[in-house]
Design a protein around this ligand. Sequence first.
Ligand SMILES: [Zn+2]
Length: 167
Amino acid sequence: MRETLVLNASFEPLATVTLRRAVVLVLQDKAVVEHAHPGLRVRAADIDLPLPRVIRLCRYVRVPFRRRAPWSRRGVLVRDQHRCGYCGRRATTVDHVVPRSRGGGDTWLNTVASCAEDNHRKADRTPEQAGMRLLKAPFEPTPSDALLLALGAAERDALPEWLAVPA
Ligand SMILES: [Zn+2]
């Protein structure tokens, strides 16, 4: 099922909806298409729309509560753009900065993308103990970033540049 990203009127990512729901919002003049699949259109009786990838609500919606971004290994790799937090090379694993055996948790601030070699070398030690330095501190993605992270890689790569996940 194709998902469409919904932006608030302020351009802040809000949610993802099914393509069908996105088309309904546009047809009801509640949203406009900000970014469409190139060359694909929704055609029905008297409808002819570009297939929306990103829509933006016409009216600003107040969001009283934003769910925090749920941690995931995949999310950490995406957040760090598959670059090792210790050497900058391609990362395929997730390292716990404070090892789990020492009480380190599965949290955004305690995990970084890591290449297999560095992960193996660091083993069950903190970076200080292993004599390794993080190139930059891990951070917690905002709920908006998390939404973008939750999109599939192909969908994310197709987003317009101004919506890209910050490095
Ligand atoms: Zn590395």
